[in-house]
Design a protein. Structure first.
Length: 254
């Protein structure tokens, strides 16, 4: 598929989402941006407009499914690429904090699957389009300190595999992006929580937990994730569809 002209990004006000918006904001592009923080979403829309893009921004809490579905149904016919990026994290353990786990699963799984499914149907009818699901390295390995988050991201990976097969004959490309640890507010929140949980310093969490399996001891950046996603979306043939793209500074080779 050629470089997509209209792009949906959920979770656009987060670190990766904002980097994705910036990467795609160019003259001739239209961006559909969803975010929960209304003021930040307005700021981001203005930034993207200054770069030459047309922007339709929607402040929306993904816990409110009827509002999400109504918005998606309105824009679905006009989206070439859907980047299902919104997500939350939590260190809560299985068997504890069920309200927090339920909220995480509603955002990371229910809203994500609904978004992908609705956009996929519209793309299937047009026989063209792309879907990128933002999973995580945690969805591949299952990180011990974030079991519910890991489960939610594993769900996105396997859903992407299923969707790829279901749309194989309909001209719709599906990929899953799996970043390693990215220094976003979500990760900044995890560092002191994991230090307390493990009884080690925050520096040790970074070096010996989060980055110990990288080849260079470096965090993946939001720009890394955005540029890798853009590269896959702009690839001129279908050769790269159906891939799990691991952006992780060499955690492992697949």
């Amino acid at each position: 598929m050629q470089d997509p002209r209209s792009v949906l990004i959920t979770g656009a006000t987060g670190g990766i989402g904002a980097a994705l918006a910036a990467a795609y904001a160019r003259p001739g592009r239209k961006l559909f941006l969803q975010g929960r923080r209304e003021e930040r979403l307005r700021e981001l829309a203005r930034e993207c407009e200054r770069r030459g893009a047309e922007v339709a921004a929607k402040p929306l809490d993904l816990l409110h499914m009827p509002a999400l579905l109504a918005w998606l149904e309105a824009i679905a016919p006009h989206v070439d690429l859907a980047i299902v990026n919104a997500g939350v994290t939590s260190n809560v353990r299985a068997g504890e904090g069920w309200a927090e786990i339920d909220q995480l699963l509603q955002v990371n799984v229910r809203a994500a699957l609904a978004t992908a499914a609705l956009l996929a149907e519209a793309m299937r009818q047009r026989r063209r389009g792309q879907i990128a699901l933002m999973s995580s390295i945690a969805g591949y390995f299952g990180l011990p300190l974030t079991p519910a988050y890991s489960a939610s991201k594993a769900a996105l990976k396997t859903y992407g595999e299923a969707l790829r097969g279901a749309l194989a004959d309909d001209g719709v490309e599906v990929n899953v992006v799996m970043p390693g640890f990215v220094r976003t507010p979500l990760v900044d929140k995890q560092i002191p929580e994991q230090a307390k949980e493990l009884g080690i310093t925050e520096e040790e969490v970074i070096k010996n937990v989060m980055l110990k399996d990288t080849v260079d001891g470096e965090f993946t950046t939001v720009a890394d994730v955005a540029e890798a996603t853009l590269f896959f979306a702009a690839f001129p043939t279908n050769a790269l569809t159906g891939q799990s793209l691991i952006v992780s500074h060499g955690w492992f080779m697949e």
